[in-house]
Design a binder for this molecule. Structure first.
Ligand code: MNH
Ligand code: ZN
Length: 181
C-alpha cells in the first residue's frame, strides 16, 4: 500500500480526532519511528490494523470506517494529482475512466502500485454498473471513493452493492444511480 494512502489517513484522523490519537495508533500498530513516504510501499496490514482499531474506538463496523475513509481519500488523491483530474468533464466521465485513465496514470507515476481491477458499463444516462475485484477486498473503500467523486462534482447518487466479495461472490458489483431533479 502506497504511503500516499497513509498520508491521507493521517490527515483525516488528525483533523477528526487530533494528533494524539494518530500518534497512539502509530505506536500501537506500526514499527517504531514509522514515517510514510507517499511513493513508497508499506504493508497493507498496517492500514487494516489502524482502521480496525478506529472501528473499535467508534463502536462502528469496520466497513463503515473503510467507506468513510474512501470518501475522504477522493479529495486527498484529487488534490495531490490535479493533472489527472483535468482529463474529466464530470462525474460519469471520471467513473468511466477509473481503470483506463486514472489507474493507468497511477501505474506510470508509482513503482508497482497495488491497484484493483475495475470495469464500468454505462447502462444508460443515469446508471453505471461498476465491477470491482482485488485481493485486498477494499470494495467499501471504492464505494467511499465514488461518493467522494460525486461530492466533488456535486452529483447526487445512490449505490447498490448486493453482489460482494465479502459475501463469497467472485467480484463486487456496484450499481451507481445518478439522481437528477
Ligand atoms: Mn484509486 C488505490 C478505487 C480514484 C489513485 N483506488 C485504490 C483502491 C481502490 C481504488 C478501491 C485500493 C486498492 C485495491 O482495492 O486493491 N480509485 C478508486 C475509485 C476511484 C479512484 C473507485 C474513483 C471513484 N485513485 C483515484 C484517483 C487517484 C487514484 C482520482 C489519483 C489520481 N488509487 C490511487 C492510488 C492508489 C489507489 C495512488 C494506491 C495504490 C497502492 O497503494 O499501491
Ligand atoms: Zn463488495
Amino acid at each position: 500500500m502506497k504511503g500516499i494512502i497513509f498520508n491521507v489517513l493521517e490527515e483525516m484522523i488528525v483533523e477528526q480526532a487530533g494528533m494524539e490519537v494518530w500518534n497512539t495508533l502509530l505506536e500501537k500498530h506500526t514499527p517504531q519511528n514509522r514515517v510514510y513516504v507517499s511513493a513508497k510501499n508499506y504493508p497493507e496490514t498496517e492500514l487494516f490494523a489502524i482502521a480496525t482499531d478506529v472501528a473499535v474506538l467508534l463502536n462502528v463496523p469496520l466497513q463503515q470506517v473503510v467507506k468513510a475513509f474512501g470518501q475522504y481519500l477522493f479529495s486527498g488523491l484529487a488534490t495531490r494529482h490535479t493533472g489527472v483530474m483535468t482529463r474529466f468533464s464530470g462525474f460519469t466521465s471520471l467513473v468511466m475512466g477509473i481503470h483506463n485513465v486514472i489507474h493507468v496514470e497511477v501505474n506510470k507515476l508509482y513503482h508497482e502500485p497495488a491497484l484493483p481491477t475495475i470495469s464500468c458499463v454505462l447502462v444508460n444516462n443515469h446508471n453505471i454498473e461498476l465491477t470491482y475485484h482485488s485481493p485486498r477486498k477494499l470494495c467499501f473503500c471504492a464505494e467511499g471513493l465514488i461518493f467522494g467523486a460525486a461530492e466533488h462534482y456535486q452529483q447526487a447518487i445512490t449505490i447498490k452493492h448486493d453482489v460482494c466479495m465479502h459475501h463469497g461472490d467472485e467480484k463486487c458489483i456496484l450499481n451507481i444511480e445518478l439522481i437528477n431533479d
